[in-house]
Design a protein around this ligand. Structure first.
Ligand code: FAD
Length: 457
């Protein structure tokens, strides 16, 4: 079964107001066949727009990201969007240099001693900005203008992309801009939690279909977690069912009332929550922490992947036997005099009910601050502005990194999820391709057969 093509009325409902849902809404309103007199587009978001990973991600864009069938296209669309809508001003779009930095971190005790001297304690908010001291340069390959990392601590630097290959956006500002631009062209946003996708019998003669790719790929990754939810009871229809989408039921967040709106097309863009509404979708969530800092003085435009060797704590009785720890925080300088740092993911807490219920482990944020302070005084002497956590939508299928974009096998039900660590980069391509599937029956701008959800659902 496929999405209805042609000139009929379409009531399109997007489930999830993250970057994928909002950018899809934007591109639907920009499609040549979109007619607000004939078509309705609604985004239903359970808590708040960009309340999940889409508002807490780093925002790096790279032509070498994955999957390569949509990445260069999406990278180019980001530039087009920025030119068309003043993205440089509105969502911090800019080209950025990117590199892999290997460094020897200073001991925690050394940082504490420096903190005591300057009145700055690690992991706490610091009161005032101070000019950072800088070490001497040495031959580590460190670019000259990357002067906010202490050169004496750097063991190596490898460029991962000059400004032709890497760029950045502020993900929260980008997502908010996409939904605002979509609303200006008639998109309705509802704050409510979708509980059911409603179906009706499909017509006996099915509409023309886009055949699913033939090489069926069986899920062989870890099983997707069973994410029980009292309020969610949608059971997906069997594959190739004769049913089609007829409506969406949601609980209005403010009134608590259950409401159903008509839908000819439903686009499931619920990120790590996808399998709550569609349990056979092999999508899970990986928690990741991040912090933002106002550095002690402005920093040059670099996104850094790091390998920092953190020495063992000298006070530890095991000090002499303890191997040094290697940590890999990512550090992104942002245009608004902000530094964003994120750490590795953890599986300690399962995906909670909503984005508002995400547990933040402050100790993990403080560890991140210690790690990055150990190589940069601009960070050590900066002001911590946010400690946060969110969930990355992961596709649990071996041999495929996702995302899943396209039809599900049930008429009118599409999916755009599992974008893993490149959802900010890949949102424009995802939205544009979905608009083509909805209004023209197939993806035209890129070959996304490898990403077809019917390969694994
Ligand atoms: C720490 C970190 C750093 C990252 N850095 C980058 C980066 O630099 N570059 C990059 O390209 N990508 C990055 N990513 C990845 C990127 O953030 C994600 O791939 C992307 O945000 C996923 O977007 P989404 O819209 O699918 O999901 P989400 O942002 O999770 O949005 C899903 C939305 O659906 C809503 N929802 C869920 N269930 C329901 C329901 N039943 N009814 C209504 N609404 C519902 C949720 O409330 C949520 O708002 C990073 C991710 C993390 C965690």
């Amino acid at each position: 079964m496929t999405v209805m093509e042609g000139g009929g009325r379409k009531d399109i409902v997007i489930i999830g107001g993250g970057i994928i849902g909002c950018t899809t809404a934007y591109y639907l309103t920009r499609h040549k066949n979109y007619d607000p007199k004939k078509h309705s587009i609604t985004v239903i978001e359970a808590t708040r727009i960009a309340g999940g990973a889409s508002g807490k991600a780093g925002g790096l864009l790279a032509v070498w990201a994955y999957p390569n069938n949509i990445v260069p296209f999406s990278f180019a669309l980001h530039q087009d969007l920025a030119i068309e809508h003043g993205g440089e001003e509105t969502w911090g779009y800019r080209r950025v240099s990117c590199g892999n930095l290997e460094a020897m971190g200073r001991e925690r005790s050394e940082l504490e001693r420096l903190g005591a001297q300057t009145g700055v304690s690690l992991g706490k908010r610091v009161g005032e900005n101070r000019k950072a001291s800088r070490g001497k340069s040495k031959d580590s390959g460190l670019p000259k203008d990357l002067d906010w990392v202490m050169p004496d601590l750097v063991k190596g630097y490898e460029e991962m992309g000059g400004s032709n290959e890497t760029a950045q956006v502020h993900p929260y500002q980008f997502t908010m801009s996409m939904v605002r631009l979509a609303q200006e062209r008639g998109v309705n946003v509802i704050v409510g939690s979708v509980t059911d996708i409603e179906y009706t019998e499909s017509s006996p003669t099915p509409p023309p279909t886009t055949p699913p790719p033939s090489d069926n790929m069986a899920p062989n990754g870890p099983p997707s977690p069973t994410l029980s939810s009292a309020s969610v009871n949608s059971v997906p229809p069997p594959r190739n069912s004769r049913r089609k989408v007829s409506g969406i039921t949601y609980t209005d967040t403010q009134s608590g009332a259950s409401c159903t709106i008509p839908a000819t097309t439903a686009i499931l863009a619920a990120g790590p929550w996808t399998s709550k509404l569609y349990p056979s979708a092999p999508i899970s969530g990986l928690r990741a922490h991040s912090v933002t800092i106002t550095p002690s003085s402005p920093v040059s435009a670099y996104a850094l992947f790091t390998e920092i060797t953190v020495p063992p704590t000298p006070q530890s009785p095991l000090h002499s036997n303890q191997p040094p720890n290697i940590v890999s925080p990512e550090i992104y300088a942002r245009p608004n005099n902000e530094i964003y740092v994120c750490g590795e993911g953890d599986m300690e807490v399962a995906v909670p009910e909503t984005t508002a219920d995400v547990q933040i482990d402050e100790a993990r944020c403080d560890d991140l601050l210690t790690q990055v302070s150990s190589i940069s005084d601009n960070i050590r002497l900066g002001r911590v502005t946010r400690k946060q956590a969110c969930y990355l939508p992961i596709l649990n299928v071996g041999g495929s990194g996702g995302p899943l974009i396209g039809e599900t096998g049930t008429e009118g039900l599409l999916m755009a999820t599992g974008h893993s660590c490149w959802g900010i980069n890949n949102a424009p391509a995802t939205g544009k391709l979905l608009s083509e599937i909805v209004f023209e029956g197939q993806a035209l701008s890129a070959d996304i057969r490898q990403l077809d959800p019917r390969r694994i659902l």
